[in-house]
Design a protein around this ligand. Structure first.
Ligand code: XMP
Ligand code: MG
Length: 193
């Protein structure tokens, strides 16, 4: 609960991993890098946001790109690998596919977090099979486990400890996405569900 001075969820957070300010600065830096790498593309960039976790990030990242870079278009995909729990199953299901053809386009996949890398390596194969001109990945967060599966993530925001985190799009049981920062839940929160 909140008295109006803080977020409803602040009391559930054990500790903050990345602050709102750090996210803002990093997003600007990533956008600057991507803008300069794609400065010469003719038909702009196709950002493929992986729902739902990357939704906050893609909104801020696309606006930051708009200040420096080539024009962007947004596409959304939803895949499922976690279900309701907190560990990756490795089984990827498409819940929402691309709405249009990406053949010949320069694609940048916008991911919230790379954990085992299983979701992403599956997704990259899928996008390449759709004949994109190029496919790169920007992930705001990466956990150490990511090195177990080889996934080429060109742009990484933060390397974070291998703990389950929530906020800035990341959820636990569909909650906590609206937190402006990223943090770890108190153990008792898991006991509640
Ligand atoms: P893998 O293991 O396939 O998983 O790289 C990537 C996807 O799993 C989700 N994920 C998380 N979601 N807190 C979350 O809310 C986390 O700490 C976390 N770690 C992984 C996320 O959707 C990511 O795209
Ligand atoms: Mg999730």
């Amino acid at each position: 609960m909140t008295d109006g001075s803080g977020s409803w969820y602040d009391a559930d957070i054990d500790h903050v991993i990345i602050t709102e300010e750090e996210i803002r600065e990093k997003t600007a830096a990533l956008a600057k890098q991507v803008a300069s790498d794609y400065a010469t593309v003719q038909d702009g960039l196709l950002l493929v946001c992986v729902l739902k976790g990357a939704v906050m990030f893609v909104a801020d990242f696309a606006r930051a790109l708009g200040r420096h870079g080539p024009p962007v278009e947004l596409e959304f995909m939803a895949v499922s690998s976690y279900g309701q729990g907190t560990t990756s199953s490795g089984v990827v299901r498409i819940l929402k596919d691309l709405d249009r053809d990406i053949a010949g386009r320069h694609v940048v996949v916008v991911e919230d977090i790379v954990d085992s890398g299983l979701t992403l390596s599956w997704l990259l194969k899928y996008l390449e099979s759709r004949a994109a001109a190029s496919v790169e990945v920007v992930a705001l967060f990466r956990k150490p486990d990511a090195i177990k599966v080889h996934v080429p993530v060109k742009y990484v925001g933060f390397d974070i400890p291998s703990e389950f985190v929530v906020g800035y799009g990341l959820d636990f049981s569909e909650r906590y996405r609206e937190l402006p920062y990223v943090g770890v839940l108190k153990p008792e929160v898991y006991a509640r569900v």
